[in-house]
Structure formats: structure tokens, C-alpha cells
Design a protein around this ligand. Structure first.
Ligand code: DX5
Ligand code: ZN
Length: 228
């Protein structure tokens, strides 16, 4: 198991990348200072959008040595966990709302040798994940309703983040926020207790020439050093 990285972790979401050039996009954000690469998997059932599956994750793996942070917005998730692990995922997050046997899903992810993440929607209380805390390496707090990039940060999630921070005190658990993260909103999430930050449109909008600058701006907004 990897231990927690000091300083903010920036995880660009390729949901906002150029889908016709995903390999180059993953390479470009990796070289531009991304700490993790966030891969959003959607099934058109748990969320109202469809993206990609394990074969795409596998195809992208040779393009970056960064942590592949796979966010599963699928139900059921269990039948696909082994395939995502084999494809090269380093962390796999499943939604607490996605099925009745979430404890089993987290056990399976750890048994596959991967970092286990529990994701929760903005409307889900922190208490929903409390019984699972010993099972996770990562909490993925959605700060927008999952399904699409480019939405506005939902401020009521800050209180949930603070509760999760208190709940995970003293444990080696990353608290990651996902949705509407910009150089302006990232500081609020960091102050509430998050240490990992997904950003899709705030990194990719405008093209590769600006990736390094935009990642640095998000890092600085989270309280990290601009030099990376
Ligand atoms: C939304 C995804 C996010 C999305 C974030 O369901 O989980 O990772 O890409 O996009 P932005 O940063 O544009 O809100
Ligand atoms: Zn995501």
C-alpha cells in the first residue's frame, strides 16, 4: 500500500480531455505536473452518461507512470473490479449508493492489491460511510452530481468533507474532492479537509499549452507550492 503524499494531490479528470487523442492527453497532463490521473467510468445506468471501460484504461496505461485513480460510476461494480485491476488501475473507487454489498466490493479491491476508495454523492451523509472506514484508503467526495464535467461546485458538500475529515483523523486515508474544482473553489475544499483534488474542465479547457499553468494554479489554490 502506498502512503499519503505530502502536499495537495492534483488528479486531472480525462473526462474533459480530447477523446480522439486520449493517449497524448494523459501523457501531456502527466508531464505538466499531474500527481494522479482520474479516470471516470460511467455506465448510463448509475449515472446518465456513458464513457469507457477497462480496455481504454489498459490502452492508456503505457502513456503514464502516474497513479491511475479510477472512479467507477457503475452499478453493479463487482463484476468489473478484476478487469479494472488487471487494466492497470492503482486506486479503484466505488459508490456507496451503487449497491447493497459495498463492504464486499471494498474487500475485493483490496484483495486485488489496489487502493480501495469509497465515493459518495453530494446528497449522501458522511454517516453512510462510517462503518466502512477501516476498509478504505481513499474517500472520494462528489462536489457535483456525478455524470458530467463542467458543473458548479456544491457548497453544502463542505460540511460533509469536514465530517469525513474528523471521521478519518489519525488514519492513512486520502480525502479527494471531485466536481467544480477550480483555482477559486479548491481552497474551500482544502480548508474543509480535502488533500486530493480532481479537476476536469479547469485543467483541460484551453488545450495542452496551458496544462502546467492550470495544474499549478489549482495546486497553489489548495495551499501547495507552485514549483512542482
Ligand atoms: C463527474 C466526474 C468528474 C468530472 C469533473 O461525474 O466524476 O471527475 O470529470 O469535472 P469538472 O472538474 O469539470 O467538474
Ligand atoms: Zn470522477
Amino acid at each position: 500500500m502506498t502512503t499519503r503524499t505530502a502536499g495537495p494531490i492534483i488528479s486531472p479528470s480525462i473526462l474533459s480531455a480530447d477523446f480522439a487523442a486520449l493517449g497524448e492527453e494523459v501523457r501531456a497532463v502527466s508531464e505538466a505536473g499531474a500527481d494522479w490521473i482520474h479516470l471516470d467510468v460511467m455506465d448510463g445506468h448509475f449515472v446518465p452518461n456513458i464513457t469507457f471501460g477497462p480496455d481504454v484504461v489498459k490502452a492508456l496505461r503505457p502513456h503514464s507512470a502516474k497513479v491511475f485513480d479510477v472512479h467507477l460510476m457503475i452499478a453493479p461494480a463487482d463484476p468489473y473490479l478484476a478487469a479494472f485491476a488487471a487494466a492497470g488501475a492503482d486506486a479503484i473507487s466505488v459508490h456507496v449508493e451503487a449497491g447493497p454489498h459495498i463492504h464486499r466490493s471494498l474487500q475485493t479491491i483490496r484483495a486485488l492489491g489496489k487502493r480501495a476508495g469509497i465515493a459518495l454523492n453530494p446528497g449522501t451523509p458522511a454517516s453512510a460511510i462510517e462503518p466502512l472506514i477501516d476498509m478504505v484508503d481513499l474517500v472520494l467526495m462528489m462536489t457535483v452530481n456525478p455524470g458530467f464535467g463542467g458543473q458548479n461546485f456544491i457548497p453544502s458538500t463542505l460540511e460533509t468533507i469536514a465530517r469525513i475529515k474528523a471521521m478519518t483523523a489519525g488514519r492513512d486515508i486520502d480525502i479527494e474532492v471531485d466536481g467544480g474544482i477550480t483555482p477559486e473553489t479548491v481552497g474551500l475544499a482544502a480548508a474543509a479537509g480535502a488533500n486530493a483534488f480532481v479537476a476536469g474542465s479547469a485543467v483541460f479547457k484551453g488545450g495542452p499549452a496551458g496544462y502546467a499553468e492550470r495544474i499549478a494554479a489549482i495546486r497553489a489554490g489548495a495551499g501547495g507550492s507552485v514549483a512542482c
